[in-house]
Design a binder for this molecule. Structure first.
Ligand code: SF4
Ligand code: SF4
Length: 167
């Protein structure tokens, strides 16, 4: 039979001799490999104490941004949800009421905004689709959870905290 690659090795089926049956040469060979690796440069990092540098194009956990006056930028237009190939974004729009101009920049805002991080593939299409620069992908991982519900990120998790005003 013709080999598909040149990596095929012939199997040695001869009966083992006395030295081989002692397994000492094989154990010595294995220890030699282990000792050789002790002096090699490590390819692993001791996460979480040691962190690997992110790639410049890394896309992580989302944030919902505010404008320079601390108002929510999102106008619940739904373009991010439409652009999302994983259908991970859901939202409910609400009308801004008189007196809420300091909270929401536009006349409509997202009363509920959720991203299912188990669906998300961190493609960044939502960020690209947003006309209000309201959603960004950061250089942070989505932390692990014991329950699936912990991966549904609502506005409380996504919205960046309000900058405290100096009084
Ligand atoms: S990063 Fe991609 S998959 Fe994740 S919510 Fe945005 S558009 Fe959807
Ligand atoms: S995050 Fe941007 S694209 Fe998504 S609903 Fe808000 S304003 Fe529209």
């Amino acid at each position: 039979m013709q080999n598909l690659t040149n990596r095929a090795a012939a199997v040695d089926r001869r009966p083992m001799n006395f030295a081989e049956r002692l397994y000492l040469p094989a154990i010595g060979k294995g220890l030699g490999i282990t000792i050789k690796h002790l002096f090699k440069k490590k390819v692993t990092v001791s996460f979480p104490e040691e962190k690997r540098a992110f790639s410049p194009v890394f896309r992580g956990l989302h944030i919902l941004n505010r404008d320079e006056e601390g108002r929510e930028r999102c106008t619940a237009c739904g373009l991010c949800a439409v652009a999302c190939p994983a259908e991970a974004i859901t939202m409910e729009a609400a009308e801004r009421k008189p007196g809420e101009e300091h909270l929401y920049r536009e006349e409509k805002y997202a009363a509920r905004y959720e991203i299912n991080m188990l669906r998300c593939i961190f493609c960044g299409f939502c960020e690209e689709a947003c006309p209000k620069q309201a959603i960004y992908l950061t250089e942070t991982f989505a932390p692990s959870h014991y329950k699936r519900s912990g991966f549904i990120y609502g506005k409380d998790d996504l919205l960046i905290p309000e900058v405290p005003t100096k009084g």
